[in-house]
Design a protein around this ligand. Structure first.
Ligand code: ASP
Ligand code: MG
Length: 297
C-alpha cells in the first residue's frame, strides 16, 4: 500500500487533475490519495474572511469565482453520470457552509475573537473538503474518507499539536479495507477535546500524508508536486541546478529547514521513524525519476 499526496497545483486545473487520475489508476496495489485544496483556494478562503471581517462585500464575488472554478473542473474531469451529484455536494459546501460563515463575519463585528478563529478554521477546511470530493468522484470506485475523523489535534499550553490518538484512528479507518483507491483531505483535522475543526498549518497536507503512511506502514509515501524533486540549487536563479536523485531523511530535513519549499518540514519525522521511503515526484512530468528520501546506507 502506498500513500500519494497531490498538492494544490497538481489538483489545480482540469489538465493537472487528468494527470492525477492517470497516476493513481496506474498504481498496482492499494493507494491512499491525500489532496490539497485547488491551488490558490486556501489563500482565497482566507482573503474572503479578511474582507468580510473588514466589512467589504467583495468576498461575495470571490466566492462566486471559487464556485465557478470548482464547477468547471467538475465538468472537465468527473465522469458525466457523477457530475450532477458532485455539483450538488460542492454547491452545498459553498452556499450553506462558506456563504453563511462569511455572512456571519460580515454582519457581526462584535464576534468574540475565539469564535472568529473558529469560523476561520471551519472556513479554511473547505478547500480540501471540496477538492477531495471532486477527486473522489473523478476516480471509479474511489472511497472517500473524512480526515477530521482520524487526524486529531489538541491544545497544549496555547499550542495546537497532533494528538497521538490519530495513529490508532488512522489504523481503524483504513485497516482491513479491500478497495483499491481511497481519497482523503490533507491539512484538515479536528480538536480531540471539543470536536472543532482545526488544521495542521499552512502546507500541512504533506504532514497528513506522512502520518497516514507511518500509521499504516505504507511501502512508500509519494509527494506529487510541480517540481522534479529536490534540486542542488534554486533553478530560478541557477540554471545549472539539477535534481538530487537520492537523499537521507537528515539531508532532506536540513534542506527543508534551510528553506527548500519542496515539502512541509514536519512531514519527515513520522516516515523517517518508520523507515518509509519518500518520493518527490512531478505531476507535470511523471516519467521523471524524482528524488527518493531513504535511510543512509
Ligand atoms: N491547502 C493548504 C495550504 O494551502 C494545505 C496544503 O496545501 O498543504 O496551505
Ligand atoms: Mg505544499
Amino acid at each position: 500500500m502506498k500513500v500519494l499526496k497531490f498538492g494544490g497545483t497538481s489538483v489545480g486545473t482540469a489538465e493537472s487533475l487528468t494527470n492525477v487520475k492517470q497516476i493513481v489508476t496506474a498504481c498496482k496495489g492499494q493507494v491512499i490519495v491525500v489532496v490539497s485544496a485547488l491551488g490558490g483556494v486556501t489563500n482565497q478562503l482566507i482573503q474572503m474572511a479578511d474582507l468580510a471581517e473588514a466589512h467589504s462585500d467583495e468576498w461575495e464575488s470571490i466566492l462566486e469565482q471559487v464556485k465557478a472554478r470548482h464547477m468547471s473542473v467538475i465538468d472537465a474531469v468527473v465522469p458525466e453520470d457523477r457530475q450532477a451529484q458532485c455539483k450538488t455536494v460542492i454547491e452545498g459546501f459553498i452556499s450553506e457552509g462558506l456563504y453563511s460563515y462569511y455572512a456571519m463575519l460580515y454582519a457581526n463585528n462584535q464576534l468574540p475573537p475565539a469564535y472568529k478563529e473558529q469560523l476561520r478554521d471551519a472556513i479554511v477546511s473547505h478547500g480540501e473538503i471540496m477538492s477531495s470530493a471532486i477527486v473522489a468522484s473523478m476516480i471509479d470506485g474511489a472511497v472517500p474518507h473524512y480526515a477530521p475523523n482520524f487526524i486529531k489535534t489538541k491544545d497544549v499550553d496555547y499550542e495546537r499539536i497532533l494528538d497521538n490518538a490519530s495513529f490508532e484512528l488512522i489504523t481503524k479507518e483504513f485497516g482491513g479495507r479491500l478497495e483499491q483507491v481511497h481519497v482523503t483531505q490533507g491539512f484538515i483535522a479536528e480538536d480531540s477535546t471539543d470536536g472543532k475543526k482545526t488544521n495542521l498549518g499552512r502546507g500541512g497536507s504533506d504532514f497528513t500524508a506522512a502520518l497516514i503512511a507511518a500509521a499504516l506502514d505504507a511501502e512508500a509515501l509519494e509527494i506529487w508536486t510541480d517540481v522534479d524533486g529536490f534540486m542542488t540549487a534554486d533553478p530560478r536563479t541557477n540554471p545549472d541546478a539539477t535534481v538530487i536523485p537520492q537523499m537521507t531523511y537528515a539531508q532532506a530535513q536540513e534542506m527543508c529547514e534551510a528553506g527548500a519549499k519542496v515539502i512541509y518540514t514536519p512531514t519527515l519525522g513520522p516516515v523517517a521513524f518508520k523507515h518509509i521511503p519518500v518520493w518527490v515526484k512531478n505531476t507535470f512530468n511523471p516519467s521523471a525519476t524524482g528524488t527518493v528520501i531513504l535511510d543512509p546506507k
